[in-house]
Write a protein that binds this ligand. Sequence first.
Ligand code: ZN
Length: 214
Amino acid sequence: MRTYLFKNPDWFRWIYRTALWKVKTSQKEIYLTFDDGPSTEVTDWVINILSEYDARGTFFCVGSQILKHPDILRKLQVKGHAIGNHTLNHVNGRKCSVNSYLQEVEDTQKLLKLYNPDKLFRPPYGKINFKQFWQLREKNYQIVMWSHLSGDFDSNLNIKNSIKSLKKAPAGSILVFHDSRKGFENLQQILPVVLEQFSTLGFQFKTLRDDPVS
Ligand SMILES: [Zn+2]
């Protein structure tokens, strides 16, 4: 079985240090994020389990999915979750020109404006080049990366290792899950354990909109 990198190496974080990797906090707070939705079946399941724990999350949505499921996006908004931008077609920044990348983000932002004024952006695959990064920063996007990956999208995932790594996440950690069919089986095993663990320890699950981000 191959080993899975649950955390990015320090040098990578240093290069993109004006992105948000973790929230500075002295409170017991954890930030759950869900990429690639909205999607039928999965988003509803996530919304319901988050409600059980009075938890809020941040959903980085793909524009083409928003066009298919505007009703689900509306539901996320009504439930108090934050909604972020994840490009129109889930593009890989390394394989896309700066202009088309920006267009992908701006087109999605237009769709999101109907729901919220936040400018939270997460690059699909975590792949973005310097020019794309800085041009988005100039347009006041907060680029959100993560401190811990669940690996739920990986069909060969070692669930035990994933849970072990997530359970150790300190206050202010940003955890990544996926709101898509691909990782749903894994998500259904991992997310309930994470919610149970942190709520037992007295943590609150907050959105990335709840705290000022630099
Ligand atoms: Zn993604």
